[in-house]
Design a protein around this ligand. Structure first.
Ligand code: BJ8
Length: 420
């Protein structure tokens, strides 16, 4: 990444030495996993560019937006409603949590047996290598799993400003009422921060804009259901990761352009066993599992992940005629997300079964981060259920380190070999 950004990083209090190392690792990983793929669509060039400028140009845009008075809102979870952020003229961004960085330091704040995603979020913060955290006027935490819930007690003191959104644990009419109250509390916090008032017109425009982004990735997902899935799982994951950080209109346009190109490639024969992945989110730059799968004869054709369909599948209704009704419909949309922190969470299993069918998956890979109780727990019953339906399944627990790559490779290769 160009050193023309050094002054900007310094102003953002970035540790330049540690940041250089991180960018070095990121570039190497990108070269090995992405740029070495053959026959990539032309449209991926834009996403390559985004990655090459992920701590550069995009941060510069956010810095400029702040100068114009816009607020930057960072978050770690797909339950944080983007529509509301946009409607208050703020910018929503996903925060770094996909690499093993400063874990020893992070373990001074959270127990060792905490998942890699949480340790990474804290590690990036402590190591001062995440310009997204530094540029965020507000970080929003959500009470989802126990690990995040407790980690936010530390994170709140490490960031510029912090808002905690409480989430119910079950889905029923009472919990929906509670969640709607929490959404309104979030609106109040954002109104105070931005000095603006949420209006029906602004929210309507934001709902439509976010839905268009979701529809663009849904279009890509529909193309991937084709017997000749025209894009690698790695590239599709990358798009799902960039979903959280790029300018929304530009991202939507570029995904649609890519889809226009892919629609013409559906006749090109693709090889590889079709794999559906389900489980914990894969935050950028966590590309470990898809890289191993696709190096061993698999082709990931769908993701039941928050960095995949779970995060973008549901649309917010667009037919409300009052602001209050819009807010309620937003709450209803977000409560449909099938995250394992809810109990019971039968909808997730139904989604996996449905996706395995419509994506014509040869097998399902359950991806759990070590120490992630909700997903590890659900993977046990999901594995049994899929086996009962004769859907081949491989249940994997891993973390962000590369130490288990050899072992994972062997298991995944054997799994792919047994798929008929
Ligand atoms: S909606 S999946 S983004 S909570 S991996 S931190 S669950 S111990 S990230 Fe998540 Fe929102 Fe749910 Fe999605 Fe905890 Fe598990 Fe770690 Fe996790």
């Amino acid at each position: 990444m160009s050193y023309k950004y050094t002054e900007m990083w310094k102003k953002l209090n970035i540790n330049l030495e540690a940041h250089d190392q991180l960018i070095g690792i990121l570039s190497e990983g990108y070269q090995t996993n992405f740029l070495s793929q053959s026959n990539r669509p032309e449209g991926m060039k834009y996403f390559d560019f985004v990655v090459s400028e992920i701590h550069g140009l995009r941060i510069q845009e956010l810095v400029e937006a702040r100068k114009e008075g816009k607020k930057i809102i960072g978050s770690f979870c797909v339950y944080v409603p983007e529509e509301i952020i946009l409607a208050l003229d703020a910018i929503s961004i996903g925060l770094c949590s996909g690499a093993e960085l400063a874990f020893e330091e992070a373990e001074k704040y959270v127990p060792r047996n905490t998942c890699a995603l949480i340790k990474s979020a804290i590690g990036f913060n402590l190591a001062k290598v995440c310009p997204y955290i530094e540029v965020s006027d507000l970080v929003v935490g959500e009470n989802t799993c126990d690990g995040k819930k407790k980690a936010y007690e530390s994170i709140k003191d490490l960031v510029n400003d912090f808002h905690l959104m409480d989430l119910p644990q079950t889905k029923n009419s009472d919990s929906m009422k509670f969640f709607k109250t929490e959404i309104r509390r979030f609106i109040a916090k954002l109104e105070e921060l931005t000095g603006k008032k949420l209006t029906f017109e602004k929210l309507q425009a934001a709902i439509k804009k976010v839905n268009k982004k979701r529809q663009a990735v849904a279009r890509l997902n529909i193309l991937r259901r084709n017997p000749n899935c025209p894009i690698s799982g790695l590239d599709a994951l990358l798009i799902n990761q960039i979903y959280f950080n790029d300018d929304i209109d530009r991202f939507t346009g570029k995904v649609n352009e890519l889809c226009d190109e892919l629609e013409k490639k559906l006749e090109t024969k693709q090889s590889g066993k079709r794999i559906l992945v389900s489980g914990c989110p894969m935050a950028i730059p966590n590309w470990k599992l898809p890289a191993i799968v696709e190096q061993n004869g698999g082709h990931i054709i769908g993701e039941e992940l928050c960095t995949g369909e779970r995060g973008s599948f549901h649309l917010t209704a667009e037919d409300a005629d009052t602001l209050e009704a819009q807010i309620d419909q937003i709450a209803e949309r977000y409560m449909k997300i099938e995250c394992a922190v809810f109990t019971p969470n039968e909808d997730r299993l139904e989604r996996i079964k449905e996706m395995a069918k419509i994506y014509k998956a040869d097998g399902v890979l359950l991806y759990n981060l070590q120490f992630c109780q909700p997903y590890q727990h659900e993977s046990i019953s999901i594995e049994k259920e899929l086996e009962n339906l004769n859907i081949p399944v491989l249940n994997i627990d891993t973390d962000y380190s590369m130490e288990d790559s050899g072992q994972l490779s062997t298991r995944i290769e054997a799994f792919i070999e047994r798929l008929s």
